[in-house]
Design a binder for this molecule. Structure first.
Ligand code: FAD
Ligand code: SF4
Ligand code: SF4
Length: 478
């Protein structure tokens, strides 16, 4: 260990840019075993590991780095999977620069340990070697738990409950398991086979999936509560933030998730009408994406791969103040996306020949003002600085809010916060309805996969405690 003084950081090689632009394969290549061992050996085995403190799952990073450096990969996998249900997914898509790696103490004078890449390597190897096995609970319990939502939050909870022996049923309105892992996040960040192999493993573990089932429409929450000892709501947030201004309703202006879902579905071999007819395909188009988060980065990079003529990203703040991961911005720049910083849309234009379709975005330059109460600098338009960007496809990527949950679940009595997220007990994860728990984005608002996993695991623990208590109380009452 402690090799950071003589060994430089080496992130996994990226594929050639031209090749990246022409397909949807993941852009990072795999570490070879000697490379993974060498990079893991750069860790200085800190007494107080800040990497672990800043990992939402409190992963035991120093231990699995040491085991990897020593070539003890099966043990590394055991340690890594003890705190994380999907380490190979987090290793690929966590914004490590803001979490574990951004807090690695050797970052100051040297570059951080490549924690995410090693984490991914360990579990990919474990799958290859057959070390990843379906869950076989020590004892089966008679109680069943219903989980609404097969995203990372719901799936992590499903695994943890199954491990404790519960009969677990996961309901999702989609036809595939994974939530945003399958239909939101593009293949070049997370190949779909990685998600699909987890799905298979969970089925082999005895978790039952009821797909194409929308709770609130096909089955009521009341029915689920009657069916199961407890219910977990992990439905994510899906209402896109809208943009106003003249022409905002013109055809050719689309929502980011509709666009990404169509692309992901097409990649999985589905026939998507709006993709086939060109509505949600960027091929040969001038594309303008509005927004500066990870969703916007996924849209611009998808458009590049679909063969857009030009792709621009319009963001009202500057690069230093954008919410998206810097790694993804760099990848997008390499792939020839043009960023138009400090600019906001004011109107959408359709020409005389094409009033029924967007042809341009009228934008205004912005400057950063004084910090507001949250500490973030305000943005103000610069008078007389208007300009127009050519656009045949405008993608709105301004973030997501929760749906109207009492209406969606057909449960008007369920409590929500003023932001529309489900209100749960800080530690109990239970809503105001006894036995109904909630976790993931629907509680936090749009967040990260790693936080959804953490919430799913914590909620599972609380559900277990609740079911044990209610069962014990029922026995005592008999
Ligand atoms: P979701 O993943 O949203 O899953 C919710 C599931 O519930 C869905 O499958 C949905 O179909 C189902 N559902 C909803 N309502 C119902 C109902 N009534 N009945 C039945 N089923 C229902 N995070 C990262 O960490 N790294 C990234 O790189 C990253 N990139 C992202 C890119 C995009 C485009 C987006 C949109 C998000 C990204 N995120 C990223 C955020 C991350 O995907 C989410 O924080 C995470 O998926 C939340 O998990 P969840 O389980 O709470 O919800
Ligand atoms: Fe880092 Fe995410 Fe892995 Fe935690 S789960 S160690 S934050 S990559
Ligand atoms: Fe190793 Fe960096 Fe974590 Fe310290 S902070 S234990 S050097 S990975």
């Amino acid at each position: 260990m402690l090799q950071f003084v003589r060994l430089e950081q080496q992130t996994p090689d990226k594929r050639d840019i031209a090749a990246r632009r022409s397909d949807f394969g993941e852009i990072y290549q795999d570490y070879q075993p000697p490379q993974a061992a060498a990079q893991a050996s750069r860790c200085s085995q800190c007494g107080v590991p800040f990497c672990q403190v800043h990992c939402p799952l409190s992963n035991n990073i120093p231990d699995w780095l040491k085991l990897t450096a020593e070539g003890r990969l099966e043990e590394a996998y055991e340690v890594s999977s003890a705190t994380n249900n999907f380490p190979e997914i987090c290793g690929r898509i966590c914004p490590q620069d803001r979490l574990c790696e951004g807090n690695c103490v050797i970052e100051k004078g040297f570059e951080s340990v490549t924690i995410g890449a090693v984490e991914r390597f360990i579990t990919d190897t474990a799958f290859e070697k057959g070390w990843v096995k379906p869950i076989r609970p020590v004892r089966e319990r008679p109680e069943s738990i219903g989980i609404i939502g097969a995203g990372p939050g719901g799936l992590a909870a499903a695994e943890e409950l199954r491990r404790r022996g519960y009969q677990v049923a996961v309901y999702d309105r989609h036809d595939r398991v994974g939530g945003l892992l399958i239909y939101g996040i593009p293949n070049f960040k997370l190949e779909k086979d990685i998600v699909l192999r987890r799905w298979k493993l969970m089925e082999e573990s005895g978790i039952a999936f009821h797909l194409g089932t929308e709770i609130g429409r096909d089955v009521s929450l009341a029915e689920l509560r009657a069916r199961h000892a407890a219910v977990l709501v992990a439905t994510g947030v899906y209402t896109p933030r809208e943009i106003g201004g003249p022409g905002a309703g013109l055809p050719g202006i689309v929502a980011a998730l509709d666009y990404l879902t169509a692309s992901n579905r097409a990649g999985l071999g589905d026939v998507v009408a709006a993709f086939a007819d060109g509505t949600l395909d960027a091929r040969g188009k001038h594309v303008v994406v509005i927004g500066g988060g990870d969703t916007a980065m996924d849209c611009v990079r998808t458009a590049v791969r679909q063969g857009a003529t030009a792709v621009k990203c319009l963001y009202r703040r500057d690069k230093a103040n954008m919410p998206g991961s810097m790694r993804e911005v760099k990848n997008a720049e390499e792939e020839s996306v043009e960023f138009v910083w400090l600019a906001a849309p004011e109107a959408f234009i359709g020409t005389a020949e094409s009033v029924d379709h967007v042809t341009g975005v009228r934008a205004v330059r912005m400057h950063l003002g004084l910090p507001d109460a949250s500490g973030r600098q305000s943005v103000e338009p610069i008078e007389g600085s208007h300009f127009t960007l050519q656009a045949d496809l405008v993608i709105k990527a301004l973030g997501f809010d929760p749906e109207d949950m009492p209406a969606v679940l057909a449960a008007p009595e369920i409590d929500v916060t003023r932001w529309g997220t489900l209100k749960v007990g800080h530690k109990s994860f239970m809503t105001n309805l006894p036995g109904v728990f909630a976790a993931g984005d629907i509680v936090r608002g749009a967040s990260l996969v790693v936080w959804a996993i953490r919430d799913g695991r914590d909620a599972a623990q609380q559900i277990h405690a609740y079911v044990q208590q209610t069962t014990a109380a029922a026995v005592a009452a008999e």
